[in-house]
Design a protein around this ligand. Structure first.
Ligand SMILES: [Zn+2]
Length: 301
C-alpha cells in the first residue's frame, strides 16, 4: 500500500466510481465534444475495467464518469433488469458508488444504461440514456480502412452504405438489417445506434433525453443530443419501417402477460414447441400488470 496514495476510498477499497478522477474528467470532456458534434465518433482513452471488453465497458465508463450522489441508475440488458449482464453491472456500480440508488423503474431513473433496447416508457429531459456499443462505425461493413472511413464520414459520403441497402432490396425485396440500423444524426454523421431493434430507432429522433453511446473496445463515444434529428437511412420509394408484429391473420400480436399491443415483443419457444409473445421491456410489462391488478381491485371493492 502506498502511504502517499490518498484518494477517497469507500468500504470496498475503490475510489468513487472505480475510475480515477483524471479518467472520469477525460470521459466527460469527450462527452462534451461528442454532444457538440452530434453523431461524431469521438476517440477517448478507454480504460481497463475489471470485466471483459464486450460486456459493456464503454457504457460503464460513461455511466461511472457521470454518476454522482443523488443519482438513480437503471441497468437493462435486452429490456430486462434481471439478466446476468445487467445484474452484474448494477452490482458493480452499487459497490463502487456509495450513495447512488438503483431502480428497475424507468420513470425513477436519472441515468439508464442499456444494452440492445431503449425503454418503452418515453424518456424525459431529466434523464440520460447510455447505450453499450460493440461496433461504433456503420461504415465498417463497406470499408475496412479506418482512415478511409474517417474521410467518408467527414464528407458525409454514405453512398456505399446506401448501395448496400439497395442490394438488400434487390435480393430480398426489403432492407434486411434488423439491428444496428444506420441512422443519420442532425443531417450529417451516420451512426451505428448499437444493437437496438429497428423498432427503437424512431425514439432517437427528437428525444428529450440525452443519448450517449459508448464503445469500450473501440475507444469511441458519440452522442445524440436532446431534440436532435435522427433519420434512419432509406429511399424515397422504400421507406424505413419497423417490426410490426402482425400475425398470420394480419392482427397486431399482443403481449401474453399484460396484453399490450404497443410494445416490442420477444418470441419465446415453450418446451412443447409452441410460440409465445411477451414484452421485451420487463419494467413496462410489470408496471402495466400492476396497474391492471390495482384497477381490478378497485372495481371489486
Ligand atoms: Zn407485456
Amino acid at each position: 500500500m502506498n502511504p502517499g496514495y490518498e484518494l477517497p476510498l469507500d468500504e470496498a477499497g475503490y475510489s468513487f466510481g472505480f475510475l480515477d478522477e483524471y479518467a472520469k474528467r477525460e470521459v466527460r470532456r469527450t462527452i462534451l465534444k461528442a454532444i457538440s458534434i452530434p453523431g461524431y465518433q469521438t476517440p477517448y482513452a478507454s480504460r481497463e475495467m475489471p470485466m471483459g471488453r464486450g460486456f459493456g465497458t464503454g457504457g460503464l465508463q460513461v455511466t461511472l464518469s457521470l454518476i454522482g450522489e443523488g443519482d438513480t441508475l437503471k441497468v437493462i440488458d435486452q429490456g430486462a433488469d434481471d439478466s446476468v449482464n445487467a445484474v452484474n453491472l448494477r452490482h458493480f456500480v452499487e459497490l463502487t458508488c456509495p450513495g447512488v440508488d438503483t431502480t428497475e423503474h424507468t420513470l425513477d431513473a436519472t441515468l439508464i444504461q442499456s444494452r440492445h433496447r431503449i425503454p418503452e416508457t418515453p424518456l424525459t429531459e431529466a434523464q440520460v440514456l447510455i447505450l453499450q456499443v460493440p461496433y461504433p462505425d456503420p461504415l465498417v461493413v463497406v470499408e475496412p480502412s479506418e482512415a478511409r472511413r474517417k474521410v467518408m464520414h467527414s464528407e458525409g459520403d454514405y453512398s456505399r452504405l446506401l448501395t448496400k441497402l439497395y442490394e438488400d432490396i434487390v435480393q430480398f425485396d426489403e432492407i434486411t438489417i434488423s439491428h444496428r440500423y444506420p441512422t443519420r444524426i442532425n443531417g450529417h454523421y451516420v451512426i451505428d445506434p448499437s444493437p437496438i431493434p429497428r423498432y427503437d430507432v424512431p425514439q432517437l429522433h427528437q428525444s428529450p433525453a440525452l443519448i450517449l453511446l459508448g464503445a469500450g473496445r473501440e475507444k469511441k463515444i458519440y452522442a445524440v443530443p436532446p431534440y436532435t434529428r435522427a433519420d434512419p437511412l432509406a429511399f424515397d420509394d422504400v421507406p424505413f419501417r419497423t417490426e410490426d408484429f402482425t400475425n398470420e391473420h394480419g392482427q397486431r400480436r399482443a403481449c401474453e402477460r399484460c396484453g399490450a399491443t404497443d410494445s416490442f415483443l420477444d418470441e419465446l419457444i415453450a418446451d412443447d414447441g409452441g410460440k409465445h409473445w411477451h414484452c421485451s421491456d420487463s419494467d413496462f410489462c410489470n408496471s402495466r400488470m400492476a396497474r391492471q391488478a390495482e384497477q381490478a381491485q378497485e372495481t371489486t371493492v
